[in-house]
Design a binder for this molecule. Sequence first.
Ligand code: NAP
Length: 487
Amino acid sequence: MSPLNSKLIKTQCYMDGCWQDAADGGRFEVLNPASGERVAELANAGAKEAKLAIEAAHAALPAWRAKTAKERSQILHRWFRLVMDHQEDLAQILTAEQGKVLAEARGEIAYGASYIEWFSEEAKRVYGDVIPAPAGDRRIVVIKQPVGVVASITPWNFPNAMLARKAAAALAVGCTVVAKPASETPLSALALAVLGEEAGIPPGVFNVVCGDDAEAIGRELTAHPLVRKVTFTGSTAVGKLLLKQCAETVKKTSMELGGNAPFMVFDDADLEAAVAGAMAAKFRNAGQTCVCVNRFLVQEGIYDAFAARLAEEVAKFKLGNGAESDTTMGPLIHGKAVAKVKEMVEDAVGKGAEVLMGGGVSAVGPEYFEPTVLINASAEMRIHAEEIFGPVVALFRFKSEAEGLALANETPFGLAAYFYTQDASRQWRVGEALEAGMVGINETGISNEMAPFGGIKESGSGREGSKYGIEDYVEIKYMCMGGISGS
Ligand code: NAP
């Protein structure tokens, strides 16, 4: 890899404003998913380094939370500007460690930066309340204060944006942060730290600990009494484990977990709009996003036409290394991911699904899965119950609105849902009935910094972005002012 700006490539942890190796000198490798080649070798931090980072974050807390909201806002705004000034460099690093095509990587950098910008503005709007008191000599005042040291654990699929939207909200209100990025993609997080330092984030306020023993680092972050909040994005299985671990010290938590998004197409939908929406919502990051469509539920009257048009579009993908300009879909993150997608397709075919296109590992290489379209999917198949996390379209058929809704909601997950219909009453009815934290109606571009991102059911708790996102990082304190006499 030859990044345009090598100052952004860091191979040590960032703690207390210093770049540091692991105490035992251990290293771990970061590989390029497109080629399997080594991108970098990094300091392999563990529980010991996590503890040091927590202590640094705790020591930095009083001065950071004592800054005025405007001062924190200005630092965050400089960070936002620096990220956008380095968009191309950051995108290249992201593609090298994560595999997504460069155009998407540039989009992720801008998307992550938009949260830093947003929370730099929201920093100044953390308002309290004055509430009518039950007696004339008292006043009830409510203030909002930072929760304290925040531990952030983030996944490999959006290594810049998932961290940016947590850290920006936490820092905006005066919390300090210890970030643990995914071991597959730590370089994007470390590059953010370089720019944060340049923006003026003081030592200890934002720390990055990377290593390949997630369990050990996670245990320290969830057990240490000085950490007052854990914010996690990742799988539901790991989220549940972290929730259990956080219970011991009753930490606040935000959990952005897995999804199983339904995409409903009603007979009265605008077919072309539905196909365009489906392509955008299914294939971003080769199908590896939490809000990717998992199940296409299509009403019987439009089923064949939708399947045929979608297959036409899916056939246009060009697989390859995301860094090459004509590539439109990159590899999956690693061989295990390819094997899982393959098993799920085989399970579906074994239970009666028909392959319209694709269906196997691509000839491009073992890390690539063919864009696939399956018809006649049914609720007995794994693709109905589990996150596919790959470029596989599975088309289920339904007759009535009630039947379609029952199928859509037949999942313990509740992150995103989408549906296409031109009937205005149905837009309200179905929008209200879908069990999901986010619903796209004739639209799949649902994620932006102004809107509350998050799930219900086993897809998690808490919201990121929007005016609600800041609430996850503050404690409410009520002060009762007594002895106030009349004049
Ligand atoms: P994952 O396996 O749960 O890993 C996520 C993070 O947790 C990584 O940093 C990982 O570190 C760490 N981790 C793993 N085991 C841990 C443990 N025992 N203790 C502490 N930390 C641990 O998920 P993933 O495969 O990276 O990401 C895909 C999942 O994330 C999907 O389910 C997707 O839907 C979900 N996701 C949700 C959202 C949302 O906003 N709701 C957004 C994006 C992704 P290592 O990498 O070092 O193992």
